[in-house]
Design a protein around this ligand. Structure first.
Ligand code: SF4
Length: 240
C-alpha cells in the first residue's frame, strides 16, 4: 500500500444518525505527541507517500497542527477527512500544510440532511462550500450513496457541477443490484465525479469515510479515475 490511514479522533461536533465513535479505535494526542517529539513516528508507522487523517473530526485532536506540520516537513501528501461544520479561519491557518481536504456530504436534500446530521443545516454546508472554493481550498466532497438518495443523484450532479467541486461517491456493492450500480456509475461521466465501490463495511467508530487502517483506498481512487476517463470518452464519442 502506498498510503497510511490514521484515525486520530473519536470526537466530532456533529451528531449523525448511527455514528458510533469509539476512543478504542483512535490515536490520542499524547501518543502522537510522544512519537513526533521522540523521533519515533516513522519507526512506529512505515513512511508512505500519502497519509489519510480521519476520525471523528481529526482536527479536534489537539496534536493535529503539530502532526500536519511534521508530516509536511517530511514531504508526505496529507489528506484530511472532516466535515463542514468547521472554522474557516482555522482551515486557512492550516491550509499550507494540508494537501487535500475531503468534506462529508451526507445528503443533498435539506430535510434529510438536517435529520441525519442533527447540528448542521444544508444551507450552512452550502455557504461553507462557496466560501472554501472562494478561498481556493479546492475541497473534495465525499458521499456514501444510500438507497433513499438514488432519485437525488441527478440533482447532486447538478449541484457539484454548479459549485465546481470534486465529488467522490462511494457505495457498498452488496447493498445494490447490478442495474442500480450501473446507474451509480453513470455519474462518473461527469467532470470531477468519481465513483468508488467498496467491498467492506465501515470500521466501527469512524466517520463515514471509505478509508481504514487496513484498506488500500488509493488503488480504488486511481481505478475510479480511470473508469471516469473512459466514461468521458464514451460520452464524447456517443458510445453507449
Ligand atoms: S458521521 Fe462523521 S460527521 Fe457525523 S458525527 Fe460521525 S464523525 Fe461526525
Amino acid at each position: 500500500m502506498q498510503e497510511l490511514s490514521l484515525n486520530i479522533s473519536h470526537e466530532c461536533e456533529m451528531q449523525c444518525l448511527g455514528c458510533e465513535l469509539s476512543a478504542q479505535n483512535s490515536l490520542s494526542a499524547k501518543y502522537l505527541d510522544n512519537l513526533i517529539s521522540s523521533g519515533q513516528f516513522f519507526n512506529k508507522f512505515s513512511k508512505k507517500k500519502i497519509i489519510n487523517l480521519y476520525g471523528g473530526n481529526p482536527i479536534l485532536n489537539s496534536s493535529f497542527s503539530k502532526l500536519v506540520t511534521f508530516l509536511h516537513k517530511e514531504s508526505v501528501f496529507i489528506r484530511v477527512w472532516s466535515h463542514l461544520n468547521i472554522s474557516i479561519d482555522y482551515l486557512l491557518k492550516i491550509k499550507p500544510y494540508v494537501n487535500q481536504w475531503c468534506f462529508y456530504f451526507p445528503y443533498f436534500d435539506s430535510i434529510k440532511y438536517q435529520e441525519y446530521v442533527g447540528r448542521h443545516k444544508f444551507g450552512d454546508f452550502d455557504s461553507m462550500v462557496k466560501e472554501i472554493v472562494s478561498e481556493k481550498i479546492n475541497p473534495v466532497l465525499y458521499m456514501e450513496v444510500k438507497q433513499d438518495m438514488l432519485s437525488e443523484l441527478p440533482s447532486i450532479i447538478d449541484y457539484v457541477l454548479q459549485r465546481n467541486v470534486e465529488l467522490w461517491l462511494f457505495f457498498y456493492k452488496k447493498q445494490f443490484t447490478s442495474s442500480i450500480i450501473k446507474d451509480i456509475y453513470y455519474c462518473s461521466r461527469y467532470k470531477n465525479i468519481f465513483v468508488i465501490p467498496c467491498s467492506t463495511q465501515l470500521e466501527v467508530g469512524c466517520c463515514r469515510v471509505p478509508v481504514s487502517s487496513n484498506s488500500s483506498f488509493e488503488r480504488q481512487l486511481v481505478y475510479a479515475k480511470i473508469v471516469s476517463f473512459f466514461k468521458h470518452f464514451q460520452t464524447k464519442f456517443n458510445i453507449a
